[in-house]
Design a protein around this ligand. Structure first.
Ligand SMILES: Nc1ncnc2c1ncn2[C@@H]1O[C@H](COP(=O)(O)OP(=O)(O)OP(=O)(O)O)[C@@H](O)[C@H]1O
Ligand SMILES: [Mg+2]
Length: 174
């Protein structure tokens, strides 16, 4: 069964038809790449899938449910995460601290800059970093990382944090 179905999706900005009648499906455990030249409409497509833009036409189904036009927060709560085109981390903080910061935010907790992060959500941060193969770089400052590794940290912060279904299943207690 498809986890994600994008059906005849379209979006125009004035006379610019950024996305026109795009359809694709992603099955469970499948990796799918969306490729195309600059301005082809890739980001616009992702922005509709995660709710930042409402489609002009078409539908988006996640796990059999239409989510087209939903708010990003509600889509996130379903377990759909995303990263952004330009990866952004706190460069002077370590890899682990970046994920800890994201966890603090995710839990709606308060953090004062200058205060030590110490062990707050540390174990969970390392667990998320393991998922993206960055646990061995936990103590490195993000500014030292190659761009691809920054994207991995962002993936741990943004995507895994919404606890996608595969993650929920893997961590489910029976
Ligand atoms: N908010 C916006 N307002 C007006 N035009 C936009 C907006 N967002 C995107 N566009 C236009 O829509 C088209 C598709 O842009 P989009 O950013 O989706 O392309 P892309 O495939 O992600 O490109 P890139 O490879 O450069 O990231 C472009 O012509 C772009 O200028
Ligand atoms: Mg883009």
């Amino acid at each position: 069964m498809s986890v994600l179905r994008v059906l005849h999706l379209s979006k125009a900005f004035g006379g610019v038809h950024a996305v026109e009648n795009v359809s694709f499906e992603v099955g469970e455990g499948e990796f799918l790449a969306l490729i195309g030249p600059n301005g082809a409409g890739k980001s616009t497509c992702f922005n509709m899938i995660n709710g930042q833009l409402a489609p002009d036409a078409g539908d988006i189904e996640f796990a059999g449910r239409s989510i087209a036009g939903w708010k990003p927060r509600d889509i996130w709560r379903l377990g759909v995460g995303r990263t952004f085109q330009v990866a952004a981390t706190f460069g002077s903080m370590t890899v682990a601290e970046n994920v800890q910061m994201a966890l603090i935010s995710h839990h709606g907790e308060i953090f004062r800059f200058g205060a030590a992060l110490a062990s707050r959500h540390r174990d969970m941060a390392i667990e998320l970093l393991e998922q993206v193969g960055m646990d061995r770089s936990a103590a490195r400052a993000c500014k030292e990382l190659a761009y691809g590794d920054v994207k991995r940290v962002e993936l741990a912060c943004c995507a895994w944090m919404s606890r996608p279904q595969a993650w929920r299943r893997a961590n489910a207690t029976s």
